[in-house]
Design a protein around this ligand. Sequence first.
Ligand code: BGP
Length: 450
Amino acid sequence: MPSRNPNYPEHFVWGVATAAPQIEGAAFADGKGESIWDRFCRLPGKVLNGDTLDVACDHYRLFAEDFALMRSLGIRNYRLSIAWPRIYPNGDGALNQAGLDFYHRLFDSMAAHGITPWVTLFHWDLPQSLEDRGGWTSRVTVDAFATYANTVVKAFSGKVKNWITLNEIRCFTVLAYAPGAFKAPGRVESEAVVNQTYHHALVCHGLGVAAVRAHGGPGARVGITDNCDVCVPVTETPEDIAAANAWFVSRNLHILDAIYRGAYSEAYLERAGADAPKVEAGDFALIGAPTDFLGLNIYTADFVRAGESAPFEVVPPPVHYPRADSPWLKIIPQAIYWGVRFASENYGPKAIYITENGCGYDAEPVVDGEVNDLHRREFVRAYLRELERAIDDGIPVRGYFLWSFLDNYEWEDGYTRRFGIVHVDFKTQKRTPKLSAHYFSEVIRRNRVV
Ligand code: BGP
């Protein structure tokens, strides 16, 4: 029997990911406005140790060194985000030229190092001024986003060809506005209002797509990054697979149906009832406009099987099920296989990129100049094997971005939780590539899991 080709496809995009608020620092430099995270991190008890984003990895000043390091590891694709409050300090109104100038310097430096940018327009750092005017509950934010997206795409169309509209709608809407909210702004609103925040975010996605179509120039491509809920069938029987698929659809239809079918599904509208979002004329023409790819952030999953009486049943993992230090992060490599498979079978995106995958641990000391994160190496290796299986099945997976390049500001976990393949000493800003960085570098070089 011929053995399968162990290589990833030719032109497969290997990269690393970060986000502006998590690494840039310079939180109030050169005219940057306050973001909701700049405000939230100062509220007592919201972020571990009261860590702020003020300095983070000081990437604002150290980007050229960071790109040199990236390049020395053979990393040629980098997903980053633009900080909205650097461009429009108040969200709308006056433009801050110094913000645009910073990203021009940054993209020029990337080009000089032979690194291709993949740019997220919005990765959670809403300008505080917009939050003061209602944040994601308000159409004011939608209008402001349209202006911001058009400005940014126009400004960088000569330097950026890969655009991601939004990162993980759930995290800046439901986890930020619903009861139990632990992400900025941490408001508690009714179900109807939370549904409206989703809807506004979806319209912004559509406006981002429109901005790229209008101003992106030749070769520009655009998609969204979603952290769809993923599940793994307990056994790969047709019954468990069908049950897992039913679970996947029920958990993701409010976002993926809207984008891929240009409407909320009957099932969603029935479930939401009187709390369903208010839709304005033209919203779905924007939301449902064709995109070039789907970005998926896949870290973990739930286990699902066929139920005795229900269409599916979630099997809770036992106490000692292996996890990273992030308590939500159960280690389930098949998550990546089933995530892309269900997304592909139900919604048929032209291409899928894993825009984030990785793991967070608290204690990763530098010992004799080395960080021995064999646990991360094993994590990445196991997930990549499962991704390979998806590619072998013919699912159009075109790239993989590891979260994250640097240890950074992990939101409510502050600087305690480390996701980087490069260790950052937050006192000295010294970077030390971890063992996983050298491992990943070799995967990229050989274009295969080693
Ligand atoms: C994703 C975010 C990233 C990153 C990552 C790690 O949800 O897009 O910005 O933070 O998760 O998770 P966390 O920091 O929430 O533990």
